[in-house]
Design a protein around this ligand. Structure first.
Ligand SMILES: C[S@@+](CC[C@H](N)C(=O)[O-])C[C@H]1O[C@@H](n2cnc3c(N)ncnc32)[C@H](O)[C@@H]1O
Length: 236
């Protein structure tokens, strides 16, 4: 293995997060109830190495009838505030501002957004897609043709884009099977996968943010992995 290949596959992280103390209004490791855009506006630029964003998009709702997803789940889902496309783009722009150089945004998308593309959300940012993880939920969902069992986590990195010395875990498969957490939230994301991803691109004690945290699965993942969490949801 050449020296540079050894570097890419090493478990070392050569970058350190900049020193960061959250503003007084934002209590770390708590379920804050507030608007995510307001939350982001309170954070300084280039402050954190990792962000997660799982937008409450309505693209799929515009195209698909959910059919027999179950009355209770449908009711819980439609009670959540939808984010118009322009709002999602604003979230992504603000996350881009708050991320440290070479920082990562893990952006959850469904099959619809994966196929239609989400470049418009990245306009005017220093973010680019560098990888993709398929989350196999191990459970059959709906679909007129094939039945959905997966969602997708796009891995976006802020400039300068590089893996060497930044991404330190080399055992994460790009198809990850994990049951959805049972939280009562209709969009809960896998805690173990999110933990593995944040651990790959941060050091212990670093801050991880999630401005639309839903069931706060990222908070649970951060606790498990010794990272500090800052995040909110309208619902708290
Ligand atoms: C897809 S869910 C997130 C699920 C989360 N990743 C989890 O694992 O539970 C999106 C969340 O965005 C929230 N939301 C919608 N608009 C928001 C806003 N402006 N600020 C903060 N949260 C918002 C909704 O209440 C919903 O809980």
């Amino acid at each position: 293995m050449s020296t540079s290949a050894a570097g890419v596959f090493s478990g070392e992280r050569a970058v350190e997060a900049p020193p960061f103390r959250p503003p007084r209004r934002l209590r770390p490791n708590a379920r804050l109830a507030m608007d995510g855009l307001e939350f982001l506006s309170l954070l300084p630029g280039e402050a954190v190495p990792v962000a997660f964003l799982d937008p409450q998009y309505r693209g799929v709702l515009d195209k698909l009838a959910y059919g027999n997803e179950g009355v209770a789940r449908g009711r819980r889902r439609s009670a959540l505030r939808q984010m118009p496309e322009a709002t999602i783009a604003e979230f992504v722009r603000d996350v881009d501002r708050v991320l440290a150089p070479s920082g990562h945004l893990f952006l959850w998308v469904d099959k619809f957004h994966l196929c239609e593309g989400f470049e418009a959300w990245l306009e005017g940012t220093a973010l680019d897609v560098v990888d993709l993880v398929t989350w196999d939920k191990g459970r059959m969902g709906m679909g007129y043709r094939t039945r959905r069992t997966a969602e997708y986590c796009a891995v976006l990195q802020k400039e300068p884009r590089k893996a060497k010395g930044v991404w330190k875990a080399h055992d994460i498969p790009d198809v990850w099977r994990e049951k959805a957490p049972r939280t009562g939230h209709p969009h809960g994301k896998p805690v173990e996968l999110q933990g593995a991803l944040m651990a790959a691109v941060s050091n212990e004690g670093d801050y991880v943010i999630d401005p639309a945290a839903g069931s706060f699965s990222v908070l649970r993942a951060a606790r498990n992995r010794g990272r500090a969490f800052l995040g909110c949801d309208l619902e708290g």
